[in-house]
Each structure stands twice: as C-alpha cells, then as structure tokens.
Design a protein around this ligand. Sequence first.
Ligand code: GDP
Length: 424
Amino acid sequence: MSNCAIVGINWGDEGKGRMVDLVTKDYQVVVRYQGGGNAGHTVINEYGKFALHLLPSGIFRKDTINILGNGVALDPENLMKEVEEVRAKGVAITPENLKISDRASLLLPWHRDLDGLEEARLADKKYGSTKQGIAPFYSDKYQKKTILAGELFYPEELMEHLKDLMEWKNLTLEKVYGAKPVTMDDLKAWLDEYCEKIKPFVADTGEILKEAVKNGKNVLFEAQLGALRDLDYGIYPYTTSSNTLASFAPVGSGLPGAKIDKVIGVVKAYSTCVGEGPFVCEMFGEEAEKLRAEGQEYGAKTGRPRRVGPVDIVATRYGVECQGATEIALTKLDVLSYMEKIPVCTKYKLNGKETDRFPFPAAQNLAEPVIEYMDGWNCDISKARSWDDLPDAAKKYVTYIEKEIGCFIKYVSVGPERESIIIR
Ligand code: GDP
C-alpha cells in the first residue's frame, strides 16, 4: 500500500485536476479531504471536458472508489447537480464508486445566502468570495452548528436538530442582515429534493478506508486550491476557510493516523490568482492580457478573469515547504512558448531590502517583485513527450525553477490532455 496527496503549491488553479486524472490509474481510492464547490478542477478525457467542483477526479476511472471525506463542505444541492451533469456525459456514478462520509457536515441552505449578504455588506472591502457558502459553512462547523450527513438516517432527531439550528440562524438573518427568515417548510423541501438523493451515497467511509489500506490498496488524497489559500498558512484573510495542506489530508479524509508517503505539489509555469488579496508578482496591461488569453485564465466556477504574473519563486518555495512536497508537477509550460523573454519573480523587495522569504500577509501589500528574464524557446512544445523533446531553453527554465524551489520536478505538463505530459 502507498498513499499520495496531490496538492496546489500556489493560489489554486495550478492544474491539479489534470494531474489527479493522470495518476489515479495507480490508486484504487481517491479522497477529497477539504473545501467545497467553490473552486473547480478541469479535467479533459475520453468522456469530454469537465469542471469538477466537489466530485473527486477519480470518478472517471472504472473500479476507482471516490470518497468525499469528513473535511469537505458537503453541499447536497450542488453535489447532485454536478452528479447529474457528469452522468449526462456517460460517466457512471453509483453508491459503489462514490461514497460520502457520514461525518461530513452539510452545507445548509442559509450558508450560500449568508455568503452573499456578507459580501454585499462589505461592498468594496469584500473578500472576493465565490458565494458558495463556504466561509459561513466552516464557521458554523467549528461552532458545531451544522448537520452531519449521517444524521439523515435519524429523521426524528434530525428535524429537532434542524429546528434548533434554524431558530438560531434566523436571529442572524433577520436581526443582522434584515433578510427573510428560513422556515421548516423550506428545510423540508431541501431535505426532500436534495438530501434524499445523497443518502444512498452516505457511508462510514473511515471503515471503508481502513479496510482498503488493510487490503493493500493505494489511496490518493486530493485537495482543492493551494498552499497560499490555506486558512492557517496562506494570505489570511484572503484564504479559503479550510486547510489545503497535505498534512491535513489524514484528518479530513477519515484516516487520521495515516502517514503520507508521497506529496505531489502542482505548480503552474507562471502565476495566477483569483479574487482579492495580495499578489506581489502581478502583471498588468497588455503583457497581462496576452498571458491571460494564452493560458485561458478564467475561473472554472465563476468565469472571472484571473490575475496573472510570472512564476513567483518566493511564493512557490514557501508553498513547497508548507506542503512538504516530495515532487513537483509543473503545468502549462506550453503556454509560455510565445514569449521571447520569460519573466521570473526571483525575490521580493520589502522596506528597501531584497528578500527571498514569503512575507507576513499584511506586509505583502508593501512588497514589490524583483523580476529577471530568461530566454524563451519560441516554438510549439505541446507535442513533446520526453525530456529530450524539449528545447534547451525550456529545459533551462524547468531546472532553474527546480533548483530555486528545492524540489524535483518530476512531471512537466505541456497541454491539458491526459497524454500531454513528460515524466522525468
Ligand atoms: P485546478 O483547480 O488546479 O485543477 O486547475 P484548473 O482546472 O482551474 O486550471 C487548470 C486549467 O489548465 C484547465 O483548463 C486545464 O485543462 C488546463 N491545463 C492543465 N494543464 C495544462 C497544460 O499543461 N497546458 C495547457 N495548455 N493547459 C493545461
């Protein structure tokens, strides 16, 4: 048995979905251990192109068991919509290949409303939430004010629990935001329409995982977003509301005693950042427009244009350390093929001094990037399938990043398709 986590090293959108899709063939179980439907993994395979939000990326492989662990924000409504969309393209999703932890907390109907109400209250000081209810959900989870998926099997207790939560939450909805209160009828409709549909998938996934490990199966832990969005180690408060780090995988998946053998950190060949918050290496103007267009950098969930910049050595080195990455997948190298000279953010300048340490979040707004340039390769590399197929300038770019971030770049991705990959 061996286990592995695939995680983002930067601000998210590094191309984790395509990497998980690639390596799942070696893993019999894939577990999502944090986050909710607020981001998207894009996967392209024989069934078509998918933006997965909550479903683990192993869902396309026959015989792979996919688990939504106790650490995820389980939104029954969004999950069932996603299941229907993926099924519509011919992918089988059954209680055999998709399992929801009975200890996963449910994202309740008011969480999405509260997200929108709070962003509206913040107006120009908003956090850039995707308004999927993730922040209100996790706050409530830690206040012990949500429902566990397993409670759906105890209807009497469930109704009483929901009523208590509703009365408590209506205080906030009405008195803080002046919004419409939720009624028991609303909640019953939500239970009937969505929760009934997720029930067949709910199981004691901790036991399933333990059994799988005992039988020598390989487990893959899949994260959403990246190290710099981790609640504790990221650019707080512009982080997500959960822990995106590999070290959280055992806790959020249902195998709290597991040790992770391999951590694949996914890094994009340049930087992108969605939403608000410090982004020291940000590019602007025409240069940014061109990179955004070449890389198709528009949010998978929201369609928002992503902020872009050169690869950021300072932030990436920090992300690698936080994730405890044992190897790196460098994605989207092909996107840089149009550049004559490739900018690289090698250091930051803070208070008049150069630094290679990732600053405290509040200090990042004061930092400036130090940019150096490397030679471009100016040719199409999307057909390269081995290291030696790459032009020298591309090899130099990859090995430079590898040396600076202190971690072996094992995979170089040169296109979104499963086969567009170089494995060193
Ligand atoms: P994730 O959330 O980390 O999975 O990242 P996203 O799915 O939001 O973004 C990755 C995007 O880049 C998707 O549209 C992928 O299909 C695409 N992609 C991934 N790897 C490559 C690559 O090597 N080259 C190109 N051109 N596109 C890629």
